[in-house]
Design a protein. Structure first.
Length: 243
């Protein structure tokens, strides 16, 4: 039998020991089943033992363990805050950007202007697309307080309503600009959820009408609604937040 020879290079010294094997079975309609097998040394040779079905939880644990040893080559922009598998978190500093609405309540069927925006924190993966607002111009830390993003089409908790928005494929750092464009380049149509979007007299529609009319030269951070969490808490890392 032909044997394949290969090498594994790790970031730490020491001997790697073959401990388990994962077998993947594929069926019709791209269905898949994975089994986990312990490996036993018999006469100095590894032997795959009887297996057991891999649960979704075990698959997630394996994915996290493998991702710890993945080297992310290339330059990481300062706006990247966290990477775990295909989950990517990044920060967009406050600034003036174009925004478009399809909401007659704002004075026309469609309106678009360049207006000031707060700092934003985005999270994206194969299953997640969320956004929060942050105060100030400093790069967020684990203690940074998060606020409800003041935009239409965003649910409480930060989830973005995708609608017919074409989102990028993949969450590598090279795709950050495309993810930003997918969000800011879409039409904002209506507030989502029952919670308060902004702290402003009359609510979200008067606020964005005043924004589009040029009332504010800088984004008024006082209108942001506290999300009662921090970046660290979002990632499951304990610690007091900055208020």
């Amino acid at each position: 039998m032909n044997q394949a020879h290969f090498q594994i290079r790790t970031q730490t010294s020491g001997v790697l020991r073959l401990a388990q094997a994962v077998l993947i079975y594929r069926g019709a309609s791209d269905s898949a089943l994975a089994t986990v097998h312990d490996v036993k040394q018999v006469d100095g040779e590894p032997v795959i033992m009887a297996g057991r079905a891999m649960t979704p939880r075990a698959a997630n644990q394996l994915s996290r363990a493998l991702s710890k040893n993945v080297g992310h080559g290339g330059f990481l922009p300062a706006t990247v805050l966290y990477v775990d598998g295909d989950l990517l978190l990044w920060w967009v500093p406050p600034g003036r950007r174009h925004i478009m609405f399809r909401a007659p309540e704002l004075g026309a069927p469609e309106r678009g202007e360049v207006v000031p925006h707060p700092g934003l924190l985005f999270a994206a993966s194969s299953t997640v697309w969320k956004v929060w607002a942050v105060k100030g111009r400093e790069r967020p830390t684990l203690r940074t307080a998060l606020f409800q993003s003041p935009y239409f089409n965003v649910w409480e908790g930060g989830a973005i309503c995708r609608g017919n928005v074409q989102v990028p494929e993949g969450t590598t750092t090279e795709k950050i600009a495309a993810w930003n464009a997918a969000f800011m380049g879409s039409f904002f149509t209506h507030p989502n959820g029952d919670g308060k979007l902004v702290r402003y007299r009359g609510g979200a529609y008067p606020f964005w009408r005043d924004m589009l009319d040029g009332k504010f030269k800088r984004f008024p951070e006082r209108v942001l609604v506290d999300a009662q969490t921090s970046l660290g808490a979002l990632l499951g890392i304990e610690g007091e937040r900055d208020d």
